[in-house]
Design a protein around this ligand. Sequence first.
Ligand code: HPA
Length: 246
Amino acid sequence: MSALAIIGGTGLTRLAGLQRIGEGITDTPWGQTSAPVVKGLMAGREVFFMARHGDPHRIPPHRVNYRANLWALKEAGADGILAINAVGGIHPAMGVGHFCVPHQLIDYTWGRAGTYFEDDLQAVTHIDFTHPYDQALRQRLIGVLARAGIAHSAYGVYAATQGPRLETAAEISLLERDGCDIVGMTGMPEASLARELEMPYASLSLVVNPAAGKGQGVITMADIEKVMDSGMEQARAIINSLIAGA
Ligand code: HPA
């Protein structure tokens, strides 16, 4: 893959170590992106970066213009996407600070603009989405995690919820019965839009809290932020190794 794009989520609004060489578009046929596409060099390779929630972090998950963000990355020349997602842990293996490279997802979001195939079509199009994440990119990522000795799960089912509120304990029990291992608010429609654009897409998910009812007491932003700083620092190192091809 020649030019990977990183979509940074909560906790990763800027990519330290990215040597900035330019800024791309914010205006697309689908509206405004969350932030300009940043073009840069990392480990001597060309990389694109998008702050999913804007820079500064201000756009909640249900208001992100996923269509514009992905379109702009493709337009800039990216030919693959690594999404960084902060998630809640459902499965007991998904403890706080753990990384997961999900292999499947279930979409519980609603009302989001989730397709490029809407109006003025030559033909109705249904993408294949049996395997929502790109296998080759996942394997590269898992290889980096394994070589660095970072605790991770090479499989997991990602539940995409609407937010911006966190879930109830009963909702998390339902997701668990559905087979979900982690829960986040930004995984969809990002993954399916990438598939519509024929861009390989994978997620590096960092568990920042036990999902509702899975930990002690309530979930506070302060607790989440404590994990976020060190976890996202690790995520930066993982991204660097991935890009370096290590
Ligand atoms: N639920 C949904 N999204 C999240 C969570 C969660 O517990 N933690 C971080 N993003």
